[in-house]
Design a protein around this ligand. Structure first.
Ligand code: AMP
Length: 313
């Protein structure tokens, strides 16, 4: 693929490369960021390679963010992974780089960057980085840390190989990462850790799930998060516990952050990305995110969700 050659050429050309991801990063964002850093740094030890952006406690075992000053961007290459739209890029300084590369697997809403590799057939962005590595494996190098990062990205974004986008290629590349040292038991243990606070929070959430017309939803406020003493990130992850209820193929978590209210929309039946588009959001067909301006908008959203889901019946 021409774009892969171009990306490698650009990586070779620049001495300083800064890798960005999205706001509120997840396992895949970390996996793609730290996987790519490992490949570049191990292959070209003389280059300066940085990973920047918000942190995630959940996948902190994958790597730590670098702190860099603005002048590092001078004459540098910015690579943004796993982020469909500019507004979601974590650390807006990516524009200070001389050129920008976008590598992403989300449904494209907006194009940015001088070189763009977007492919929605990949179920994770980490798999794209692993594919990039495999394509040039005769000249690129990778350590166990990089393999662990990408394997973590692949398993988290596919919910442990459960989603439709998972293919033979996914397993082949995951196998390749195991050959490079990714330890599946260690990674699973890291991802499965749960505190007592979190267990209680989960129980409370499940007790408060609302059953609507074809979908279920739950609302989490800042007060709930403080009361149960859980992290914002762990609270947001509870969206996954509402999936799989028979007759309710769509589930939504409405969660209040310090600065905004987010909708995390998931589906095992119909495509819901267009519902997310109605509320400043997007993502994937079966997993999308969006925003509400205030809790007053919940009723309107619930009405829109009912209408939207009805179309498919
Ligand atoms: P989340 O519920 O935040 O995990 O989002 C699910 C998917 O939708 C992820 O792949 C996100 O990158 C994407 N996403 C979340 N929020 C937005 C948004 N406001 N605009 C576009 N994509 C989003």
């Amino acid at each position: 693929m021409e774009i892969l050659n171009k990306i490698l050429e650009k990586i070779k050309e620049y001495d300083t490369i800064i890798i960005h991801g999205h706001k509120r990063p997840d396992g895949d964002c970390y996996g793609a960021q730290f996987g790519l850093k490992d490949i570049i740094q191990t292959t070209f030890p003389e280059k300066h390679v940085y990973v920047v952006g918000e942190t995630s406690e959940y996948v902190s075992f994958v790597g730590s963010m670098d702190e860099i000053s603005d002048d590092v961007y001078e004459g540098a290459l910015s690579i943004v992974v796993d982020t469909a739209i500019q507004d979601r890029i974590s650390d807006s300084r990516y524009t200070l780089g001389k050129e920008i590369i976008k590598i992403d697997h989300h449904i494209p809403i907006e194009d940015y960057g001088d070189y763009i590799w977007v492919d929605t057939n990949f179920p994770s962005c980490a798999q794209m980085i692993a594919y990039f590595f495999k394509t040039f494996s005769n000249e690129l190098k990778l350590t166990k840390q990089g393999a662990r990062a990408m394997y973590t990205g692949i398993v988290t974004d596919t919910s442990r190989f459960r989603f439709r986008g998972v293919s033979r290629l996914t397993h082949e590349l995951a196998g390749m990462l195991i050959d490079y040292g990714a330890d599946i038991v260690e990674i699973d243990q890291e991802l499965s850790k749960e505190s007592l606070e979190m267990f209680k929070f989960k129980a409370n959430l499940l007790a408060n799930v609302k059953f609507d017309e074809g979908f279920v939803y739950a609302v989490i406020t800042q007060e709930d998060i403080k009361k149960f003493n859980v992290s914002q990130e762990d609270a947001a992850a509870t969206v996954n516990y509402m999936g799989g209820i028979e007759g309710y193929g769509v589930w939504v978590l409405v969660i209040e952050y310090e600065t905004e209210i987010r909708l995390r929309i998931r589906s095992s039946s119909i495509e819901i990305d267009k519902l997310a588009n109605m509320y400043e959001g997007g993502g994937h067909k079966m997993a999308a995110g969006a925003k509400l301006n205030s809790f007053d908008e919940i009723d309107q959203f619930l009405n829109d969700a009912r209408k939207y889901i009805k179309q498919y019946k």
